[in-house]
Design a protein around this ligand. Structure first.
Ligand code: PRP
Length: 183
């Protein structure tokens, strides 16, 4: 856990730092094989995906460019509003690129669904998704996700990039936030 003594804010650790590292190594090996010889571009979705992008990109055996998009649908609350705002667009022309969107979590799926639709007209050779975490029971729309780290229960989770009101992002593990924090 580390970072600070936040144990009273946490119900329990759900995915440890070690489990994340092992999973990222496995998925990086799979991605390296699947995209061998292809013009791969990683697109991270700020801010939550910063940690997973940093560790996943360095687990890849080859050099790979990355770009970032900042979108937000949650604000400071715990529920997706469904209204996605672009706060920073890509700097890269997607024409001919094999895009792999890197996300920390798929919750309702609304953010990614919107993003995939937004990318559809940008001329990429392919667009796929890697999400470290997914909440299958929270899905409001079906999103095809080629690479998934962990399917998790519908709990409010923080850490490893995930926040509540901008707090807890730099916890090393993924943990369930205690309800008294956000109730
Ligand atoms: C979080 C997360 C995903 C999205 C998933 O981002 O990083 O992008 O919510 O939720 P959904 O599947 O219900 O759409 P958020 O909007 O909280 O912004 P942040 O990454 O800056 O924390």
């Amino acid at each position: 856990m580390r970072a600070a003594d936040v144990s009273s804010d946490i119900t329990r650790v759900l995915v440890t730092e070690e489990e994340i590292r092992t999973k990222l190594d496995d998925i990086a090996a799979q991605v390296a094989s699947d995209y061998d010889g292809k013009d791969l571009l990683l697109v991270g979705v700020l801010k939550g995906a910063v940690m997973v992008m940093a560790d996943f990109s360095r687990a890849l055996p080859t050099l790979v460019p990355m770009d970032w998009m900042a979108v937000s649908s949650y604000g400071a609350g715990t529920k997706s509003s469904g209204v996605v705002q672009i706060r920073k667009d890509l700097d890269t022309d997607l024409h001919g690129k094999h895009v792999l969107i890197v996300e920390d979590i798929i919750d309702s799926g609304l953010t990614l669904s919107w993003l995939l639709e937004n990318f559809a007209s940008r001329g990429a050779a392919s667009v796929e998704v890697f999400a470290l975490l997914r909440k299958p029971e929270a899905a409001k729309v079906v999103v095809h996700c080629k690479y998934v780290g962990f399917d998790i229960p519908t709990e409010f989770v923080v850490g490893y990039g995930l926040d509540y009101a901008e707090k807890y992002r730099n916890l090393r593990d993924v943990a369930i936030l205690a309800p008294h924090v956000y109730a």
